[in-house]
Unconditional design. Structure first.
Length: 412
């Protein structure tokens, strides 16, 4: 392939620099707007050979694995530019849905770093090779073996070694594994996925390893192998129990930011439905001020929330219910008891639930979303159903990646 010179003029949604050669748009990873680069290309994809004219906004990446590891896209870009890029991602999603809204500056919520990580474990293809644990390379099935990650909280520093050691214990299975490690108040909570059922000998080896490393808990596909200490998180004086391998906001700062927004927006409500509630970080805070009905399809999360409710007496009534809100959303008649609803769905959004909210007489919907495109789609449904969209705030808890959270209030 012949090298070509390309001037980058924009940043793409995935963190690739974009320029044009003739009539062709070319996406170049690790290049920035305003730069001139030497590339080779295959179709719309460019391979960066050299930066011949660098942007003044280019900075030194904090991680030696950057450009190989697929976890980050823009470590080479100055923080103010990243914040503007994420804001523009939200604006673009709203424009495509034909929504006019006041979009506020991006709020940084990285805080002390990510408190949970899932590491992939892979076995060598040749005898005598090394067991690896890390993240996948960008757009590849190859693994980057990690010694550490600067985006994680310090408590997760041992996570790659723990994952490799688990891989060594289970090496006879020769199966790719995923090891999720969460930093909680009492130590590290670890869940192993991909091994399938294990014979008792391997289970005992894992238990002995957990004792040796002083893990708070070790589970296999969510099944407890050993629990030395009950994994909990404490926030605002509330104790919340963690189900094995559960979803958790990536950073404590983001959880506090989103929860504070929800609590303030729902002041004055009498009965709130917290939908897609997970293990209850919003519901538990809200129940200090308002009656809450919390629902999620994850039965383990609901069981943990029910336990948390019993541990934190006082406040207003808080009910937890397992319900698949994709297949069985709260229908308009089900929504009659609620004067406000909080939704925090997974990346695919809450289209079915939004349609029922649009039909209902609920006065206020607080939306927290981890995907601007599904947020905009659901917002369009609510607006068409008679809601007015207030200011929209992007929240960045996934530093250096393309991901951005959104929080907003819809009122009748």
């Amino acid at each position: 392939m012949k090298p070509e010179t390309l001037t980058l003029t924009a940043m793409g949604a995935r963190g690739d620099g974009i320029g044009t050669i003739g009539n062709d748009r070319v996406h170049v990873p690790f290049a920035l707007p305003g730069e001139t680069a030497l590339i080779t290309r295959e179709g719309e994809r460019g391979n960066l050979l050299d930066i011949t004219e660098a942007s003044p906004d280019r900075v030194s990446p904090p991680c030696p694995h950057f450009t190989r590891c697929g976890g980050c896209a823009v470590q080479h870009w100055a923080a103010p530019n990243i914040a503007e890029w994420k804001l523009e991602r939200v604006l673009t999603a709203l424009r495509r849905a034909k929504i006019e809204a006041d979009v506020l500056p991006t709020r940084d919520a990285h805080g002390a770093g990510r408190r949970r990580v899932t590491l992939h474990v892979r076995y060598p293809k040749t005898p005598g090779g090394k067991i690896e644990a890390g993240f996948m390379q960008a757009r590849s099935h190859a693994l980057v073996d990690l010694d550490g990650c600067p985006l994680l909280v310090p408590a997760l520093a041992p996570a790659p070694d723990i994952a490799r050691a688990i891989g060594h214990i289970l090496r006879g299975l020769a199966k790719p594994l995923d090891v999720q490690v969460t930093a909680c108040d009492v130590g590290l909570d670890c869940d192993i996925r991909g091994s399938g059922p294990l014979v008792d000998g391997l289970r005992q080896k894992l238990i002995a390893f957990a004792r040796e490393r002083d893990l708070a808990r070790l589970t296999l596909h969510g099944e407890r192998l050993i629990e030395a200490r009950v994994p909990v998180l404490t926030f605002d004086g509330i104790t919340a129990y963690l189900p094995p391998g559960s979803f958790l906001q990536a950073t404590a700062e983001a959880e506090a930011t989103l929860a504070s927004f929800a609590v303030e927006a729902l002041q004055g409500a009498k009965h709130v439905a917290d939908l897609f509630c997970g293990l209850g970080p919003f519901a538990l805070r809200l129940a200090r001020h308002v009656k809450v009905s919390a629902m999620d399809s994850d039965k383990g999360a609901i069981e943990a929330l029910s336990r948390s409710i019993r541990t934190n007496p006082g406040g207003k009534p808080l009910m937890a219910e397992a319900r698949d809100l994709f297949r069985r959303p709260l229908f308009a008649p089900d929504l009659k008891p609620f004067d406000a609803v909080l939704i925090d769905p997974p990346r695919q959004g809450a289209e079915a639930q939004a349609r029922e909210l649009a039909k209902s007489k609920v006065a206020k919907v607080v939306s927290i979303s981890c995907d601007p495109e599904s947020f905009a789609r659901d917002a369009r449904i609510l607006i068409d159903g008679g809601f007015r969209l207030g200011p929209v705030t992007p929240v960045d808890q996934f530093r250096y990646s393309a991901h951005v959270e959104v929080m907003a209030v819809f009122s009748r």
